[in-house]
Design a protein around this ligand. Structure first.
Ligand code: BES
Ligand code: MN
Length: 460
């Protein structure tokens, strides 16, 4: 018998931190674990080499007249530090109070195991299920999926023939309210380095004659938002589209307690553009954030120095119709225009990702040419969620990003059905990440029902 929780424990034990060059063994372990698991379920597994971490492409043989679903997931995880805040250790999966703890438990090993388990149970019950299934499981999601674009180009002729993509790598507000994710934000990331003098200087010998690069950097950073929480970059909002009324209606149904949200975050005031409550801002608006800042002396005690350099890491979350390259240029131009005299700027480009929207069937802006199988998959998802969780799902955009979902749309022409599964308490990317076992169990039943219904409906 296939035991999803035992399998998930085994998966979490592999420290698959894609960004860490020292985690090679863990990456290989996780990749071999997934490949072996899919092989044991009867899939033909191809491990596709990339410059960094292989992509697992596992196919179930089938008839071309069957519906064809691609199930996406990622086997890599975020770094686990700060390690001292973990109890138990990040790669020692432990079950406590109905949750399984470990790095990657929610993002994305647990949700991926939900779909693998659903497929295992379905094929156990009906080995002749008329559904083509292709698993596409990558190991570079947490570092911006650098190999995924070239992979898609190479395999596009085969993969284009699928009908839709199915995955769980997004969230739900609570266990009583499931969400089918209707959009993801995009990303544009770069670093800025500010240089003053050609080397570090004694702040007594030279202090008072030059602009400190930390000060210059702080002035630049402080200029990038207005007092009312907007990004203060000319043109930044130009391509932001109005939200369709049905999306606001969905959000209204969610309700949402602002006080509780503030308490959950541990803040005493929100900072959002005027007219946008926090629950709208996080889904419908772009952002500019500082993810890290540094320069000068960071050690114990004091050091009287004027540092030569200071840096900041900047990321923008983008909403549909915004283009990462265009936004990067707008922000860099604004920064250059505001740079004080006496310092030099250097930009270090990082990765990026396009935003994504998918409109479920029956809405005012549903594409006329939406494929019948995709529409059926949405209906099947709605019905399965209603049956198993006792309430219909909401269709909401998500604040987070999965850039490859837009790449899949662009290169393969395929849309994604994103079944939300992680909870706000799951601590994604943070210490003591966990995944709720009741969500896992209901998720498996839901996925099983969806896939069975898609198979039963056939191609038309
Ligand atoms: N699963 C997340 C995306 C996500 C997070 C969706 C929260 C919904 C809610 C994914 O693994 C992730 O962390 N994506 C990164 C971007 C990536 C390019 C590093 C993100 O959103 O920061
Ligand atoms: Mn993640």
């Amino acid at each position: 018998m296939f035991d999803p929780v035992e399998k998930l424990k085994e998966f979490i034990r592999q420290p698959s931190i894609s960004a860490d060059p020292k985690a090679k063994a863990g990456m290989k372990g996780a990749q071999e674990f997934v490949a072996g698991l899919l092989d044991s379920l009867g899939f033909a597994v191809e491990v596709v080499k990339t410059d960094l971490h292989p992509i697992i492409l596992a196919r179930r043989a089938g008839d071309s007249s069957w519906p064809h679903v691609i199930i996406y997931g990622h086997y890599d995880v975020q770094p686990a530090d700060p390690l001292n805040l973990w109890a138990p250790a990040p790669f020692d999966p432990t079950i406590r109070d109905g949750r399984i703890y470990g790095r990657g438990a929610a993002d994305n090993k647990g949700p991926l195991m939900v779909h693998i388990s659903a497929v295992a149970r379905l094929l156990e019950e009906n080995p002749r299920l008329p559904l083509k299934i292709t698993f596409l499981i990558e190991g570079e999601e947490e570092m911006g999926s650098p190999s995924f674009g070239p992979f898609l180009e190479k395999y596009q002729d085969e993969l284009r023939r699928a009908d839709f993509v199915f995955l769980s790598d997004t969230g739900i507000p609570n266990e009583d309210q499931m969400v089918i994710t209707a959009g993801l934000r995009g990303l544009a990331l770069f670093d800025l380095e500010v240089t003053g003098a050609k080397g570090d200087l004694h702040s007594g010998l030279h202090g008072g004659v030059l602009r400190n690069p930390i000060q210059a950097l702080a002035e630049i950073c402080a200029s990038l938002h207005t007092a009312d929480g907007r990004v203060n970059v000319p043109g930044f909002y130009d391509d932001v589209l109005d939200v369709h009324p049905w999306e606001r209606e969905e959000l209204k149904k969610l309700g949402g307690d602002e006080k509780a949200y503030a308490a959950f975050l541990g803040i005493d005031a929100f900072y959002t553009p005027t007219g946008f409550p926090p629950f709208e801002a996080v889904r419908f608006l772009p952002t500019l954030e500082f993810n890290g800042i540094g320069g000068g002396y960071q050690g114990e005690g004091t050091k009287t120095v004027i540092p030569s350099k200071a840096f900041v890491k900047i990321s923008c979350r983008l909403v549909p119709n915004q283009q990462p390259d265009k936004i990067k240029k707008l922000v860099m131009d604004a920064i250059c225009a505001r740079a004080p005299q006496g310092v030099k700027l250097e930009f270090i480009d990082q990765h990026k990702g396009d935003p994504y929207v998918v409109v479920p069937p029956g809405r005012s802006n549903t594409p006329k040419n939406q494929s019948a199988v995709l529409a059926q998959a949405f209906r099947a998802t709605d019905a399965a969620v209603t049956a198993i969780w006792g309430r219909p799902p909401l269709y909401l955009r998500e604040g987070g990003s999965i850039p490859i979902i837009a790449d899949i749309k662009r290169v393969l022409g395929l849309d994604s059905v994103l079944l939300g599964l992680f909870l706000p308490e799951d601590n994604l990317h943070a210490p003591n990440e966990s995944f709720k076992l009741s969500v896992m169990e209901k998720g498996i039943a839901t996925s099983q029902r969806i896939l069975a219904a898609v198979a039963a409906a056939g191609k038309r």
